[in-house]
Ligand binder design. Structure first.
Ligand SMILES: Cc1cc2nc3c(=O)[nH]c(=O)nc-3n(C[C@H](O)[C@H](O)[C@H](O)COP(=O)(O)O)c2cc1C
Length: 165
């Protein structure tokens, strides 16, 4: 629970780079998420090049933080309705695992939604040369936090139904 509460969307970063070792830990966290039929229907694109991060920051209205990010991990999927019908749930679990591991490593992160906003995700696809049969599920912006944010502590009893709805 400590890491879950501590995880917040961090959108302002220092200039500090993220080590290759830590980027690898984030990818491992993602790859250890549960997936339907253990299909793991995803690939990752790791971006640290500043010019590419700037281009990604211009793909939509809510991703400007990428311009100052140390790195981004972009989660993509073949997203086949027939063979991987749970691809969105699978990729969501991957993203959350990465956010939690980032928090544990002291790295700030923010989930940037892509699919199903095709107007945005198609731009990301072109910038990163993602094959046309893939969908871009999400971009994770990463960097060391410029300032601390208050921890979450959410609980909504009205959302809980015991025994039946
Ligand atoms: C599917 C999804 C898409 C999101 N897309 C964006 C986004 O495009 N840009 C952004 O700044 N935050 C995005 N967020 C982060 C949410 O705004 C954030 O999680 C929410 O406001 C709660 O704040 P917290 O993460 O600090 O607890 C997204 C989160 C999810 C789960």
């Amino acid at each position: 629970m400590k890491t879950i509460y501590k995880r917040r969307s961090i959108r302002q970063y220092t200039d500090k780079k993220i080590s290759i070792g830590d980027l690898e830990k984030l990818l491992k966290a993602g790859m250890n998420a549960p997936s339907a039929h253990n299909q793991k229907p995803y690939d990752f694109i790791v971006v640290t090049d500043k010019a590419t991060l700037k281009k990604l920051s211009e793909t939509g209205p809510y991703c400007s933080m990428l311009e100052n990010a140390a790195a981004a991990i972009v989660v993509v999927s073949v997203a086949d309705k027939e063979t991987t019908p749970y691809w969105q749930a699978d990729c969501g679990a991957v993203v959350e695992n990465i956010l939690l591991e980032a928090t544990d490593l002291g790295i700030g992160s923010c989930w940037i939604g892509e699919y199903p906003v095709l107007e945005k995700s198609e731009k990301v696809k072109r910038i990163l040369e993602v094959p046309t049969n893939y969908q871009v599920f999400a971009t994770i912006s990463l960097g060391y936090p410029l300032k601390e944010k208050q921890e979450n502590d959410n609980y909504y009893p009205e959302k809980v139904h015991i025994g039946r709805f």
